[in-house]
Design a protein around this ligand. Structure first.
Ligand code: MG
Length: 222
């Protein structure tokens, strides 16, 4: 049994935004510097960005990567807040499972820390987690996101998690790889948007909903 659980945020606790939301936010960031970017460059900076690629793109447009990235993250967090307020980015129905688990819990997200914080406040979930870590609005934050272990390790330290008894729940290969890199077990959560996905990393467990956690950790009713 595990006594600490780390949760990815997007696609695990709350639904993911349409990619167009990020494309539009990124385009606004470029336009803020007076640049009319190529669609392929907007796409590269919008998604699960590769820091080298971001630097290469910025060099081409004569932009400071850190300045563009800060603006991109600011636009992305504002756009996501709007999606949350409009009910398009919303909690999954099984989210209450988290409250009933008798374990220490933390969120480890590659989304902006500010976005995670807004979600927790808006959804009245602050007390459902013992700690939460999103990404800093900087290129350093991009380098440190999963599959790197930086935020995983910070979260484990914050909730005093024993690696032998810690589980990472995620919907992406980067979650599973971050867990492997940190030496902890992983559970791949195969929600609807991952129906056909074959993870490149073999998870320790596979779940179809958060209810599957009841078989892996204790509940407060035990
Ligand atoms: Mg995710």
């Amino acid at each position: 049994m595990y006594d600490a659980v780390l949760f990815d945020n997007d696609g695990v606790l709350v639904t993911v935004c349409e990619f167009s939301v990020f494309l539009e936010a990124t385009r606004r960031a470029f336009e803020g510097f007076g640049v009319d970017p190529e669609p392929a460059d907007v796409e590269a900076v919008s998604g699960v960005a590769d820091p080298e690629r971001v630097r290469e793109i910025c060099a081409r447009y004569g932009l400071d990567p850190n300045a563009l990235w800060r603006r991109r993250d600011r636009e992305a967090t504002l756009a996501q807040r709007e999606e949350v307020r409009a009910g398009r980015k919303r909690p999954y129905d099984d989210l209450d499972v988290v409250r009933s688990l008798d374990v220490r819990t933390a969120i480890v997200s590659s989304n902006q820390h500010e976005t995670v914080e807004f979600l927790l406040d808006h959804l009245d979930l602050r007390d459902a987690f013992d700690a939460y870590f999103g990404r800093e609005h900087s290129m350093a934050g991009v380098e440190r996101k999963k599959p790197a272990t930086h935020y995983v390790e910070r979260a484990m330290a914050a909730i005093d998690a024993d690696p032998e008894r810690t589980l990472m729940v995620g919907d992406s290969d980067s979650d599973l790889l971050a867990a492997r890199n940190a030496g902890i077990d992983s559970a791949f959560l195969r929600r609807e948007h991952r129906a056909g996905h074959e993870p490149s990393i073999t998870p320790t467990h596979e779940l179809s909903t958060l209810h599957g956690l009841y078989g892996l950790v204790g509940t407060s009713a035990d």
